[in-house]
Design a binder for this molecule. Sequence first.
Ligand code: PFF
Length: 477
Amino acid sequence: MSSNQIWTHKGTFLLAAVGSAVGLGNLWRFPYLAGENGGGAFILIYIATIAMVGVPILIAESLMGRSSRRSPIMGLKHLTETHGASRGWRVIGWMGAVAAFIILSFYSVIAGWAVHYSGLMFSGSLAGADSEQIAASFDTLLASPNLLLAYHTAFILVSGLIVGMGIHKGIESGLRFMMPALFLILLIVLGYAVVVGDAGAAMAFLFTFNLEDLSLEGWLEAMGQSFFTLSLGMGAIMAYGAYMSSEASLTRTAIWIACVDTLIALMAGVAIFALVFGSGLEAGQGPGLMFVTLPIAFAQLPGGSILGGIFFILVIGAALTSAISLIEPIAAWLIERFGLSRPLSVGIMVAACWALGLVTVFSFNIWSEGTFTQAWFNRSPFDVLEFITNILMPIGGLLIALFVGWSLSRQEVLREMATTSSWFAVWQFLVRFVAPTAVAFVFLRTIPQVEGYLIPTVGAVAIIGGFTIGRAMLARR
Ligand code: PFF
């Protein structure tokens, strides 16, 4: 049973968690959010949130995994029972599983776009194309359900294959090969961008901290991104933490994960903006930054077809190491709960997730208009899925902070943390007070998007949420 399994090496948890953390969030989402929100100011808030909120919750989530040595859903059952805490906390495991399931369903479709672009780049079919042709090629991709489906299927199958081979032969071996290779590719792309692009302009854009440039929306966006990029609140870190060596330090590991993840996001940002500015293009292009603006830059630059192809391989690889961390928590639960074999559990998870991915695939074409989601919420079905995860992620993080900060027995937490009392006090303060407050802000940001229902929704959420959490924190079974 997977609960007795431990990573082969003390450092594998770090490798696996970095693999989970570094993904489309770093290469695709971070640069375009920075581009839309004024560069340096956004990054300042992002880094502050990672340090003050991300790292404490990362420690808390890996602690829950290692202490329970079970998949997230079973782990919460175990922790609430052994610590005499309210059963209500079990919702953390379930919510995380639902969020991971939904995220993987669209993550795989978007990773599929990168598969398409690596093909376009290597084949040279975009070389010398102008911006209109490239924008049109993106639209053509989105308009084709068959193409999107083929890439989505291929991507999710490969991810499933790795997880299906087990935590040692599949996940661990895969990561040990992929992570250094990806880092090497990033260095090559960065070197190329510095040589042919405008690295000075990129650095100025990313590291000029002008707080006035930042809207409230940008603040909140930076905080939301710090959650997504560290893979928090979805059980991925908890599932990997369950296999973590008892000797590894939770604090030191979490700080490493956050530093490497941030460094990679910044390296990707410098590379992408150096290429974009070097080609005289704009930074604030939104989600199209990677799939339209960047290909335009590659199309114009010397050696752009090859380097562009290599860049998209990096994107695919980084997405793959994140996708496997979304499969593992649910697959491990199926194994533990129903005694199924690993290949079968992974097969069930992947098949179900593939099916949900159809919603995203069709959102860009045959369901782009006229579905009930447009009629009811004024959003495409894909936007609704993304919106749901944007709500589940911060709530998951909030509950993890409160659960570990207030409800687990102090003795067990101290034993797992194995750190000096002053560091423990700092962490405890952050996880008890700072993180929950900050996350509540991120959460409230999503509410105004529910037009017309703002005040009643905020009121209802505050009352019900406050009451439930308060009761759970005080309750002993
Ligand atoms: N952290 C990943 C990224 O930045 O792309 C996305 C992700 C992976 C989120 C795994 C959540 C998760 F559980």
